[in-house]
Ligand binder design. Structure first.
Ligand code: 6PG
Length: 633
């Protein structure tokens, strides 16, 4: 297990810049081992070099892999200093293999003349100008290294390097609200050196980062700031800054505040519930400034953020490699102990799938609310309902079912707290965006929409009170249902909800060419997130063989088994005038979907009648469009 604070410091540069001298002094200062890469050449390389023959890339490959292996071994202890010319990026990539986030690069740089002179001044050390020139010719300056001019004295160089390395944090958290604080603590608990920032608002938000740091021991080695420039400069390059600020214009303001202090290659990770369209704009805007923008869904609420959320980053694949060690370390783990974090796709794909996650969440929450309505209508009090739901865990457990049980058991005095909560559902917009997106993409995510509109209906509390008086309930029948009927109807509705949600993701993936992996997405939603459930675990394997849940034999069998119950439950619910819009939508959707000949032919005829919008014919495969003069013929 690599110790998360240990580092490998690679010192690179052409021959003669003083790598070994600096490396040895630095290792003494930092009290970590020193290794001269040249000591690890295989015999054949030494023989070649002794004959003055230059090494080729094949000669170097084995040698560089040996040094990378050494580095990985050293990370188990305190890390180490390794000097190695590593003149090309591809050599450095080999040395960085599997340890990129733990490697620091120092580039000792000087002019040809300067170095030539230094070599000539050394006793018994000769290097032809041609050989030195050949090194300069292949030298590719590293993008994210600590670059040091060799004019400085060795001690000053060592001082500069150690300052740069020791003071820098690996990851920055910008915005210390509920989620930002939990994520910060999670990162610190995993051993990462982090910098914390929260804006300074006179009299409102003062010294937030410093106070937060002092509140938790795991933050003792974190750096706390309320000055943006100092915060940015406290980070190792390429800087990784996670924005945990409210979605909307604030994200743009924060980006503009940060830009003046950022360098090419830096990475901004937006962990808020931003709209994916805005994320796509920001992604391209910042790309034009050589800054990487990662729209990232983070699900799991405050507790999830602290103990392990599900994380959905959307960015270019090579950018993901830079942030992967951090995000995957703090993410929840699935049943196979794999992180519930994966590279979703590029542009706004991360925020898109988070948005749909929330859409599925809305419908899951609404289904539980409607279960609560029906069980209450059967005469159960909240405690009795909780007991019934407790018995459902064996067959259909989920995070939302578990919290609903806790909520229903919560008492305040002699009454249940839930009975005292105002029945007007709020929302922060993600269910709204999902409904807009599904309409724009032409995907019938009808349960998500119905759950959203159920919230909107609840909001008209005063009008509902009036309507309840004007349209008093008029039901003669008893609610002829068993709790098992309701359980089975609930299971049916959840399958349809998830089908619709993943269908929307699949269609977006095609429309935006994101090439999303539904199985991997289901996998990272089996832990950490709000919609984690046993059902989600089943989808991981199912999506390995199909992208359409309703064509899978296991799902088809379940749907057929559960269908009689949903029909009975919705019929009884309607007859008893119960508010069960999302349950109703589940069976209505399947009735509309599982029909070969629908009533849409009449819609086409109506459109052609009044608007001459034309229609195709079932008896003409040419896909030709027809118009009928309905009035005069
Ligand atoms: C999550 C939650 C989180 C937040 C919701 C609330 O995945 O952790 O979904 O994102 O609590 O956005 O959504 P509403 O306020 O719209 O219900």
């Amino acid at each position: 297990m690599i110790k998360t604070k240990a580092k490998i410091i690679f010192i690179m540069g052409v021959s003669g810049v003083g790598k070994s001298t600096i490396g040895s002094l630095l290792s003494e200062k930092l009290n970590i081992p020193f290794f001269d890469g040249d000591d690890f050449h295989p015999e054949e390389n030494i023989l070649k070099m002794s004959k003055g023959e230059p090494l080729n890339d094949d000669d170097r490959l084995g040698w560089l892999q040996t040094l990378n292996k050494l580095a990985i071994e050293q990370l188990v202890n305190k890390g180490c200093v390794i000097v190695c010319s590593a003149l090309k990026e591809k050599y450095r990539d080999i040395l960085n293999t599997d340890i990129k986030e733990r490697a620091e690069w120092v580039f000792l740089n000087g002019s040809f003349e300067q170095i030539k002179q230094r070599i000539n001044d050394r006793k018994g050390h000769f290097m032809s100008s041609d050989l030195l020139k050949s090194q300069f010719d292949i030298l590719e300056a590293p993008k994210n290294a600590i670059e040091i001019d060799i004019n400085l004295s060795p001690n000053n160089i060592v001082e500069m390097i150690s300052k740069e390395i020791l003071k820098k944090s690996e990851f920055g958290l910008f915005g210390l609200g509920v989620m930002g604080k939990s994520l910060s603590r999670n990162l610190a608990n995993k051993g990462f050196n982090i910098s914390l920032f929260n804006r300074h608002v006179e009299g409102v938000e003062e010294d937030v980062a410093k106070k937060f740091k002092n509140e938790f021991k795991e933050l003792s080695s974190s750096l706390a700031f309320d000055n943006i420039e100092s915060f940015v400069n406290s980070l190792q390059k390429p800087r990784k800054i996670m924005l945990m600020v409210n979605a909307g214009k604030i994200v743009d303001y924060v980006i503009e505040d940060l830009l003046p202090f950022l360098d090419a290659g830096d990475i901004l990770i937006d962990g808020g519930n931003s709209n994916y369209n805005k994320t796509k704009e920001r992604f391209h805007y910042l790309k034009s400034k050589n800054i990487h923008f990662v729209g990232t869904g983070v699900s799991g609420g405050e507790e999830g953020a602290l103990k392990g959320p599900s994380i959905m980053p959307g960015c270019d694949k090579d950018v993901y490699k830079d942030i992967q060690p951090f995000l995957e370390a703090i993410a929840a783990k699935d049943a196979n102990n794999l992180p519930c974090c994966t590279h979703i796709g590029t542009e706004g794909s991360g925020h898109f799938v988070k948005m749909v996650h929330n859409g599925i969440e809305y419908a899951e929450m609404q289904l539980l609310a409607e279960v609560y309505v029906m069980l209450k209508a059967l005469g159960n009090n909240p405690d009795q309902i909780a007991t019934i739901l407790e018995s459902w865990k064996a067959s259909t457990n989920s995070y939302l079912l578990e919290i609903t049980i806790d909520i229903l058991r919560k008492k305040e005095g002699d009454d249940w707290l839930v009975n005292k909560i105002m029945d007007k559902a709020g929302n922060k917009g993600t269910g709204n965006w999902t409904t807009i997106s599904t309409a724009e993409l032409g995907v019938p995510s009808t349960m998500i929409a119905s759950a959203l509109f159920a919230r909107y209906t609840s909001f008209y509390k005063e009008e509902r009170i009036t309507a309840s008086e004007n349209f008093e309930k008029n039901t003669t029948s008893n609610l002829n249902l068993t709790t098992d009927d309701i359980l089975k109807a609930y299971q049916f509705a959840r399958i349809i909800n998830h089908y619709q949600g993943f269908k929307l993701i699949q269609e977006a993936s095609k429309s935006y060419s994101w090439n999303l992996n539904l199985s991997e997405l289901a996998r990272i939603w089996t832990g950490g997130c709000i919609i984690k459930s046993d059902l989600m675990v089943e989808f991981v394997d199912i999506f390995k063989t199909t992208d359409n849940l309703l064509t899978n034999k296991i799902i088809i069998k379940k749907i057929k088994l559960l269908k009689p119950s949903i029909k009975k439950v919705v019929s009884e619910g309607i007859l008893n005038e119960l508010a069960i819009p999302t349950f109703s939508e589940a069976i209505n959707f399947l009735n509309s979907f599982a029909v070969a000949d629908s009533s849409a032919n009449l819609i086409q005829a109506q459109r052609d009648y009044f608007g001459a919008h034309t229609y195709q014919r079932k008896d003409d495969n040419s896909k030709k469009f027809y118009h009928t003069d309905w009035i005069n013929n």
